[in-house]
Design a protein around this ligand. Structure first.
Ligand code: SF4
Length: 320
């Protein structure tokens, strides 16, 4: 059994940078509070906690004078509130998320109502919506009341950075085909980030070459769930796991090539452990197969002799 890793997998540069910043701050000041999860991965969050990186849900919970914003970014008013409370901010917003925030702000400033293609409850999307001066909403289906769309008049469309490019295209096409005549202008900005696109494409490429895909990452990670979905859509059996211990022997039976990919919140060491675990399972399965094969061969030789069908060597010996 061959274990093949996707070409692009695991931590993206935005998450890597945010984690490094948090670790540095914790080392420098003994601890650091981050507003919301730094990364959607329980194992990483626990490890960071041990280093002094603490997650807080609101500014009320901040212990000290510093607070860190994660790679997902926050809305414009959150900066104002931090300032008003006298908090010093450490901003680890990914530059690609910042591009989306700026695009949304520019569109809103130019009179566009902004549609953000994405999960309205996702922290990045909530932050992005917070740059539109109230002139935006998030959606994954282009189904709106025609009267409302007419009132919007000019519509800008952007995407959550980690969305699937094909679904974004479908959303845009669906909106245009339904409401083109109801608005004066539709402006589309593709804000899906390049690392996400590369990671998804390499997962698809790999899923086409293997007979089982293992997708590693937090169950709360939208990006990891998307990866698992697109591998399934290729038609290959796919399992989403958080830890190597979740891999079941039955998944591997009869497989020749197993592909491994991981979401952008999955650290390198978990990926390495999964690959190591798979290799160990493959080695064990192989030696069990060989032992079974030897046992079968030995059994057929002895039973053959017992049944009066001796092998060539015995026949030759017997004729002398
Ligand atoms: Fe930045 Fe893309 Fe990573 Fe989000 S997924 S943090 S936008 S690189």
């Amino acid at each position: 059994m061959q274990i093949i890793k996707a070409e692009d997998l695991g931590f993206c540069f935005g998450v890597r940078h945010a984690i490094k910043t948090a670790e540095q701050m914790a080392r420098q000041y003994g601890k650091v509070d981050t507003l919301g999860d730094l990364v959607h991965n329980t194992q990483v969050v626990q490890r960071l906690e041990q280093q002094g990186v603490r997650i807080v849900d609101t500014f009320d919970d901040v212990d000290g004078a510093k607070v860190m914003f994660t790679a997902h970014g926050v809305g414009e008013k959150v900066y104002d509130e931090a300032r008003a409370r006298g908090l010093q901010t450490i901003d680890a917003t990914c530059p690609l998320v910042r591009n989306v925030q700026q695009a949304v702000r520019d569109l809103a400033n130019h009179g566009f109502f902004v549609l953000v293609f994405g999960d309205k409850d996702h922290v990045e999307v909530r932050g992005v919506l917070g740059w539109a001066n109230g002139q935006a909403l998030a959606a994954t289906e282009a189904r709106f009341d025609a009267m409302t769309v007419r009132r919007w008049n000019k519509v800008g469309i952007v995407s959550q950075t980690t969305q699937d490019p094909r679904r974004f295209t479908q959303f845009v096409n669906s909106f245009i085909s339904q409401y083109n005549d109801d608005v004066q202008e539709i402006r589309v900005i593709n804000t899906i980030c390049l690392p996400t696109r590369r990671q998804k494409q390499s997962a698809i490429d790999l899923a086409r070459r293997v007979d089982l895909m293992i997708v590693v990452g937090g169950r709360h990670s939208a990006n990891t769930r998307h990866l698992a979905e697109i591998c399934q859509e290729v038609g290959v059996e796919t399992h989403h796991i958080e830890r190597p211990e979740e891999i079941q022997v039955s998944w591997l039976r009869g497989r020749e090539r197993v592909g491994v990919t991981a979401g952008s919140s999955t650290p390198d060491d978990i990926i390495d452990r999964v690959v190591g675990h798979l290799e160990e399972m493959a080695r064990r399965a192989e030696s069990q197969d060989m032992a079974a094969h030897r046992h079968e061969a030995a059994f057929s030789a002895t039973s053959g002799a017992r049944d009066g069908y001796p092998d060539t060597a015995s026949t030759a010996g017997g004729s002398r």
